[in-house]
Design a protein around this ligand. Structure first.
Ligand code: MN
Ligand code: MN
Ligand code: ZN
Length: 276
C-alpha cells in the first residue's frame, strides 16, 4: 500500500478497501537516504492502526539493497541501509520486514549466499534489542538473483546466528516462475510438501499472493491479477482454504491504479474462493 502523504495514509487506504493486513515501505524504495521518522509520524501511524485494527503490518525493504553484492562499497551500503530499515520498523512497531535475499552478480551462488549470511548476522546483531523479524522472500531466480530455490532459503536460515529473528515469506508468482507448480491442488500439495521438507512450514510467516504473467519455470518476475495469469484460480483456492496457510498474513502485490479498484477486485476474488 502506498505511503504517499504519510505512513498512516497507507493504513487508511487499506481500511478503505477492506484489508485486514497491509504491506508498506518504511522509506522511499528507490533511494538510499531516508528522512528521519518524526514523533508525529510514529504517533499518527500507531493511532491509525489502533483505530482500524489492521494487523499485522508488514514492511518491504528498498529495492536498492543487495546483501549478496560482490562490490564491497555496495555491500556495506546495503548492510547499513537495512539496519536503518529494521530500526524504522522497530520505531513503528512493525513486526516483520520482508527482504529480497540479493543477487550475486556473477560471483556465484555459494559466494553470494555467504555474503548474505554475513550481512544478515551483522544486521541482526546490531539491532539485537529490537523485536523485528526479517522475512526472506522467495524469488523468481532471474539472472543472478538468489532465493529461487527453497535450498537457498534453508541455507540462509541454517547459517543464521539469530534463527528466531529470521523467517520466510513466499511469493506465489515468484515460486511458480522459479519452477514450483501451483496450478492444481495436487501441484500445490507437492510444492508445499517440498517446502516443508526443505525449509519447514513453521518458518513461513507471510505469503505474497500474486498470479504470474510468466510460465512455470520462466524465471520472470511479472505479477498478474489473481486468476488472470498462468497460475489460475485453483492454486489460490487451495491456498486460501488451507488452514495452515490462510491464517498467515496474505498480501497482494498485483498491478493497481490510484483508486485501488484492482485491489478491491483481487481481494473480492480471493474471498469468494474461501469456503465459508
Ligand atoms: Mn518482494
Ligand atoms: Mn513479493
Ligand atoms: Zn515479484
Amino acid at each position: 500500500m502506498s505511503i504517499a502523504g504519510g505512513k498512516y495514509q497507507a493504513v487508511l487506504r487499506g481500511q478503505k478497501i477492506g484489508c485486514e493486513t497491509i504491506q508498506i515501505f518504511v522509506k522511499n524504495a528507490n533511494r538510499w537516504k531516508a528522512k528521519p521518522l518524526t514523533a508525529e509520524d510514529i504517533t499518527l501511524f500507531q493511532q491509525t492502526l489502533q483505530e482500524t485494527q489492521i494487523s499485522p503490518v508488514i514492511a518491504h525493504n528498498s529495492y536498492l539493497i543487495n546483501l549478496a553484492s560482490p562490490d564491497e562499497d555496495l555491500w556495506m551500503k546495503s548492510l547499513e541501509a537495512l539496519i536503518v530499515e529494521v530500526e524504522r520498523c522497530a520505531a513503528l512497531e512493525i513486526p516483520f520486514l520482508v527482504i529480497h535475499p540479493g543477487a550475486h552478480k556473477g560471483a556465484g551462488e555459494k559466494v553470494g549466499l555467504n555474503r548474505i549470511t554475513i550481512a544478515l548476522n551483522e544486521v541482526l546483531k546490531r539491532t539485537e534489542s529490537s523485536k523485528v523479524t526479517i522475512l526472506l522472500e522467495s524469488t523468481a531466480g532471474q539472472g543472478s538473483i538468489l532465493g529461487g530455490r527453497f535450498e537457498h532459503l534453508a541455507k540462509l536460515l541454517n547459517e543464521s546466528f539469530y534463527p528466531e529473528r529470521l523467517e520466510v515469506c513466499l511469493d506465489t508468482c515468484h515460486i511458480f516462475a522459479a519452477g514450483y507448480d501451483l496450478r492444481t491442488p495436487e501441484a500445490c500439495e507437492e510444492t508445499f510438501k517440498e517446502f516443508e521438507k526443505i525449509v519447514g512450514l513453521g518458518k513461513l510467516k507471510a505469503i505474497h499472493l500474486n498470479d504470474s504473467q510468466g510460465k512455470l519455470g520462466s524465471r520472470r518476475d511479472r505479477h498478474e491479477h489473481i486468476g488472470m495469469g498462468r497460475i489460475g484460480l485453483e492454486g489460490f483456492r487451495w491456498i486460501v482454504n488451507n488452514p495452515a496457510l490462510s491464517c498467515l498474513p496474505l498480501i497482494l502485490e498485483t498491478p493497481k491504479g490510484p483508486d485501488l479498484k484492482e485491489d478491491r477486485d483481487n481481494l473480492g476474488i480471493l474471498r469468494s474462493l474461501q469456503k465459508k
